[in-house]
Design a protein around this ligand. Sequence first.
Ligand SMILES: Nc1nc2c(ncn2[C@@H]2O[C@H](COP(=O)(O)OP(=O)(O)OP(=O)(O)O)[C@@H](O)[C@H]2O)c(=O)[nH]1
Ligand SMILES: [Mg+2]
Length: 298
Amino acid sequence: MHRSGFVNIIGRPNAGKSTLMNALVGERMSIITAKPQTTRHRILGLLSGEDFQIVFSDTPGVISDPSYRMQEMMNSAINTTFEDADLMIYLVDPKEQYTEDEPLVGKLRRLKAPLFLVINKVDATSKEQVAKIRKQFLKWVKPDQVMEISALKGKGVEELMEAIKSKLPEGPAYYPKDQLTDRPERFFVSEIIREQILEQYHQEIPYSTEVGIESFKEDTTRDGKPIVNISALIFVARRTQKPIIIGKGGSSIKKLGTAARKRIEDFLEQKVYLELHVKIRDGWRDNENELKRFGYDR
Ligand SMILES: Nc1nc2c(ncn2[C@@H]2O[C@H](COP(=O)(O)OP(=O)(O)OP(=O)(O)O)[C@@H](O)[C@H]2O)c(=O)[nH]1
Ligand SMILES: [Mg+2]
């Protein structure tokens, strides 16, 4: 018998969804930073074996009161996971405060698919606090299982994987068994650059920024070694943000370029030449055409 299914990971920004998906698929796929709203798109991570295929989804954290069209679209990426889930993982950060009107709780009550309530970050939270959060959520939702894990330390991840496998329905492989994700290489390259922007810049800058790959070409250096030539565009939402990205005498963008290049080299397992340019796209976060171009309408 072959088993397969969509296992969708949802929760608040910063709960550790991307860390968990990467731990489950065993690849550094989704970007992870300490800042909330790091993930902006639904990203599939595939895990296949002889007799099973799990289609994991990493998703943006739910935003309770979106200020931009972009954030509304991030929320709608979460809504699609309610339509196709064979199993829903609701990931909770026990260090946070919750109330019954938590954005996803109502929808989770009406969910037909099995629900796992997974309490993350137990490595960094007291037992009492974990127990309190567990009790609280059990008043609000009826999960099929409750688990306590540390996605960061890998604690409880194997047990979670076993529990997931035991809930997988009978079904065919949806993707070729050697495929790892639904996204092309260049998407991950732009994500790595965005990750480094989140790491390096502060306040509104990372949130006002989008990255596009202008060209991506395999080439050889003058001495005949393989290299990937990548040219990327950093879009900012306001004119005043451009000099901040660039920094004094180009120092900030240079630092960004070096950090991103190293990461991309690790990811592609190849030498990389990376060129970065900054462009202004006034108010792109509220502009339907720009959002479409940046892939927010999938
Ligand atoms: N201590 C601890 N930190 C964790 C754990 N899992 C994730 N984190 C940290 O929490 C922060 C957010 O992790 P992400 O995986 O990016 O969280 P996310 O839910 O994908 O966040 P968004 O994409 O913004 O919605 C990072 O600093 C992680 O290192 C955990 O089990 N323990
Ligand atoms: Mg994420």
